[in-house]
Design a protein around this ligand. Structure first.
Ligand code: NDP
Length: 401
């Protein structure tokens, strides 16, 4: 029986609240706090109606204001904070956790607002402070990063003596009926996919132009989809924690229509993160674009099709080469029916709830700052299916890599 403070009332926050509310035996009291309290109230009312949870309350908070956040934590006294606001707030939320003595979990690594760059160094630098305080911080517990890293940990623990080649493959074969929309926060999403590609090979990082490298990959129950090589944050921690890796890459599907819109957005300067003067005010083009694009949290209603995300791995077991594929498929419509959110929010929110459950039930013990692949994957994967994301695995198939 624990109290949890959830920060961020977007699409992912909605799923986290609904899923925590389904487990009152672990999450006995839930406080949802975000910049806009009215969004928290709508989510809380929906979750109470859907689950009958007895204690979900809400609050307004600016998570970049450490004294205000520390005061909120002190008054509610949670065991942990689950951060599903934006990556910009990771460090201030970690600061408030240290100040008040509570554990921390997030789904995306820190990113400074004024530079489209993400890496773990900023958050790994908190390790000694969390350790000294006897606190646990778990980084990147969504689907990717998150489940993909836990899938890799399962492969390394149970199926390989050494993993050599890792390809994380992420397909969204859903259709939301809009000409252009992003599946999670547009600002963060567009920053991520317009940057240069990068992968790891033979001890060094290789940089590519955006979307320069692609392959047609076949996804279970979906079929072939054009998949583009991107840099994604879990590659950094996986390469560090699995030094036998000779190559690690990340692939994501995009449709032609989506890429055409993206090219136009970039070409006309709307993906810019430098402020420009408009009618005497400073505005950031990408922030303005976010305000006019569809809200990812509202895409669910007519979303059809499914996502498929997994890891394709080659390596050595008992002296022999082996190939292995582990994946989850998630239907947008089923996610919406259960939580009112589409599949991308769902596949992020379920692992975040489950990671929090692992922490609060002592299955993932630790003091310091850790990535999810550093914990035992077994108790997490035992529960992932029953929590809504069943997974499958296949040995010896053609990985197409
Ligand atoms: P949304 O933009 O829908 O939601 C973000 C929420 O955070 C909004 O409610 C917003 O408030 C709130 N927020 C923003 N700034 C602050 C602040 N300063 N203080 C308090 N609250 C704030 O995003 P998503 O729900 O789509 O994504 C949430 C997180 O999940 C992101 O960090 C994203 O990168 C991550 N993610 C991770 C994935 C994974 O697999 N690991 C996949 C998808 C997303 P307001 O409503 O007022 O704007």
């Amino acid at each position: 029986m624990s109290k949890i403070l959830i920060i961020g009332a977007g699409g992912v926050g909605r799923v986290v609240v609904y899923k925590c509310a389904q487990h009152p035996e672990v999450f006995s009291e839930i406080l949802l706090a975000s910049r806009t309290k009215s969004k928290c109230d709508i989510i809380a009312a929906g979750a109470i109606k859907a689950t009958g949870h007895k204690s979900i309350t809400t609050a307004a908070i600016d998570a970049e204001d450490v004294p205000a956040l520390s005061a909120l934590i002190r008054s509610f006294q949670p065991e942990m904070v689950l951060n599903v606001a934006l990556p910009y707030q990771d460090l201030t939320i970690m600061d408030a956790c240290l100040e008040t003595g509570v554990h921390y979990l997030d789904t995306a690594n820190y990113e400074p607002k004024d530079e489209a760059k993400f890496e773990y160094s900023w958050q790994w630098a908190y390790h000694d402070r969390f350790k000294k305080a006897g606190l646990l911080a778990v980084l990147g517990c969504g689907f990717d990063p998150g489940v993909t890293s836990i899938f890799t940990a399962r492969a390394a623990k149970h199926h390989f003596d050494e993993i050599h080649y890792l390809d994380i493959v992420d397909a969204n074969a859903g259709s939301h009926g809009k000409a252009f929309a992003t599946n999670f926060n547009p600002e963060i999403n567009i920053r991520e996919i317009t940057q240069k590609g990068k992968y790891y090979e033979n001890g060094r990082w290789v940089e590519t132009e955006p979307h320069e490298i692609w392959k047609d990959l076949t996804y279970p129950n979906i079929g072939p989809r054009r998949s583009y090589l991107l840099y994604h944050e879990e590659l950094e921690s996986l390469v560090k924690h699995y030094p036998t890796l000779k190559r690690a890459r990340f692939w994501m599907t995009f449709g032609e229509e989506y890429l055409t819109h993206l090219r136009v957005i970039q070409n006309i300067g709307m993906a810019g993160i430098e402020p420009v003067k408009f009618k005497g005010m400073d505005i950031v083009p990408l922030e303005f674009l976010k305000a006019v694009l569809p809200d990812p949290g509202g895409l669910g209603e007519n979303y059809t099709g499914q996502t498929s995300i997994g890891c394709r791995i080659r390596g050595i077991k008992d002296g022999k080469e082996r190939s292995y594929y582990i994946w989850n498929n998630c239907h947008h419509a089923a996610a919406y029916k259960e939580t009112g959110a589409q599949g991308v929010s769902y596949t992020t929110g379920v692992p975040a709830m489950l990671g929090a459950m692992m922490m609060l039930t002592g299955k993932w013990p630790g003091k310091g700052v850790f990535n999810v692949e550093e914990f035992n994957p077994d108790p997490f994967l035992e529960k992932l299916g029953e929590c809504g994301l069943p997974w499958e695995e296949e040995f010896g198939g053609d990985l197409e890599m």
